[in-house]
Ligand binder design. Structure first.
Ligand SMILES: [Co+2]
Length: 468
């Protein structure tokens, strides 16, 4: 999810949650991913076995290939019987749509790291913060094995669910199908439907699934009861969703396009995001990251239906740090150079994202609702004359806390007639509403985003996949 810049025109919206999106396809020949096998896992247990399934000879050898869905189908029935009690059993593949909980695919319960990158410069000269200082600053201990393993699990779920989107979202799909498909997939893979009070706080979606088309740069999600949108061949779709376990959110996004005319737009933004990731590190000044992002993005142009456009960084959106149950912390990373010398610090988690546009490179708010998030200073209980406001407040507290949520998430909890209640909470400053953000009509925009952990010895690009 992208956050808005401080200098944006609406002071009330400065902390809008960041918005992420990146397409698994950017820069890669269309359809390449379909030829790939495996779960798109980066270093998850069983990945190797999964890849072996690609090998026809091996598939025929009757010892592995437990859930192969293509190729020698006839043999598969018998092979499907998994040898019992084999300690390190071969991981089966994720289903389509994704419904197999990760705990079944990875019986060891261990999830492998994302991409581990060395820091560019030595930062040894600064005094290293200790675990206790981190704790006092509200930072997690990034070396805690349970914390890391859960974060890696969320990232693996993100990769498996987005693979399904990349393979199945097509012209003719509706945005509701895609959004609900993502959300059902995430919940199934977490093994938590999130229907009991408190259970969505333990794990679930990190924020409303963003499916923003064309000049809508960020923060669009299909809402129940509204006219659905059908994907078109010429659409450019930013897919931005989050997976969280215990309040630690993987925020990652990509952009999909079916028409290759937009390839350079996608490539520009993907490259800019990767430049941001490369530049990021402990003690690195945020202004230096922004300058590098801008230089990369502005080195691209894209020709769309005979007209050449520069790819402009969107100047009122930015990357952001991630805090516990907060998709947006206090630090922001703009995509244009500036003079903020704030540094990244050890133990911080960042969503490195960029947005590029063929329009003005500036967004305005459009009517409609993306999602809502409780204010940090929201009271523990409220008592309004409007009873539905009190009711929906209780539901939000129990199920989302400060996580940003979509109207769709309320619907599936069986809450009805909540709009007046939500409006009341927004009017009283208890709840913040996030509208869609759009550039000028006729423009196109793209987004790519990864979550990175600034660990002591390396930065871990936890959401990295072989798609982006
Ligand atoms: Co974000």
């Amino acid at each position: 999810m992208g956050s808005k810049t401080i200098e944006d025109e609406d002071p009330g919206r400065q902390d809008a949650p960041p918005f992420n999106g990146s397409n698994a396809a950017g820069g890669e020949p269309r359809g390449n991913h379909i030829a790939r096998d495996g779960d798109g896992c980066m270093g998850s247990d069983g990945c190797d076995e999964g890849d072996d399934d690609d090998d026809e000879a091996q598939a025929a050898s009757a010892t592995t290939a437990l859930t192969q869905t293509t190729g020698s189908e006839t043999n598969n029935k018998k092979k499907r019987k998994r040898p019992k009690k084999k300690k390190k059993s071969a991981a089966s593949k994720q289903s389509s749509p994704p419904r197999i909980p990760l705990d079944e695919l990875f019986p060891s319960g261990e999830f492998k790291p994302g991409q581990l990158m060395d820091y560019n410069a030595s930062h040894q000269t600064t005094v290293r913060a200790k675990a206790e200082e981190f704790r006092q600053a509200g930072r997690p201990n990034l070396e805690d094995s349970e914390f890391l393993n859960n974060y890696r699990k969320s990232a693996e779920i993100h990769r498996q669910v987005r693979r399904w989107v990349q393979e199945t979202a097509k012209p003719g799909s509706t945005l509701t199908e895609v959004a609900v498909g993502i959300e059902d997939g995430v919940r199934a893979l977490l093994g938590n439907q999130g229907l009991e009070p408190g259970s969505s706080l333990r794990s679930g979606l990190g924020f409303p699934t963003g499916l923003s088309l064309n000049n809508c740069v960020a923060h669009y999600t299909p809402n129940p009861g509204r006219k659905d949108t059908v994907l078109q061949y010429d659409d450019v779709m930013k897919v931005d969703f989050g997976v969280q376990i215990n309040g630690w959110i993987v925020d990652s996004a990509f952009t999909m396009a079916f028409n290759p005319t937009y390839d350079n737009l996608l490539a520009a933004v993907k490259d800019a995001t990767n430049t941001g990731i490369k530049t990021a590190g402990i003690d690195v000044r945020i202004c230096d990251i922004s300058a590098a992002i801008q230089e990369t993005m502005e080195s691209y142009e894209v020709e769309i239906r005979g007209k050449v456009y520069p790819v402009k960084p969107v100047r009122n959106l930015c990357g952001h740090d991630i805090k516990h149950y907060h998709i947006h912390g206090e630090k922001t990373i703009p995509f244009l150079k500036h003079s903020d010398e704030t540094k990244m610090e050890e133990g911080e988690i960042f969503a490195i994202e960029t947005f590029g546009s063929t329009g003005r490179g500036y967004t305005r708010e459009e009517s409609g609702i993306y999602g809502y998030g409780l204010s940090d200073d929201a009271p523990s209980r409220v008592n309004f004359p409007l009873n539905s406001a009190n009711r929906v407040f209780k539901t939000i507290k129990e199920n989302f806390g400060t996580l940003v949520f979509a109207r769709r998430y309320l619907d599936r909890l069986g809450v009805d007639r909540y709009v007046a209640g939500l409006n009341c909470l927004v009017a009283n400053g208890i709840l913040e509403a996030y509208p869609p953000l759009v550039d000028i009509a006729g423009s196109y925009s793209a987004q790519f985003e990864h979550t990175i952990l600034l660990r002591e010895s390396c930065k871990e690009v936890i959401s990295r996949g072989d798609d982006y």
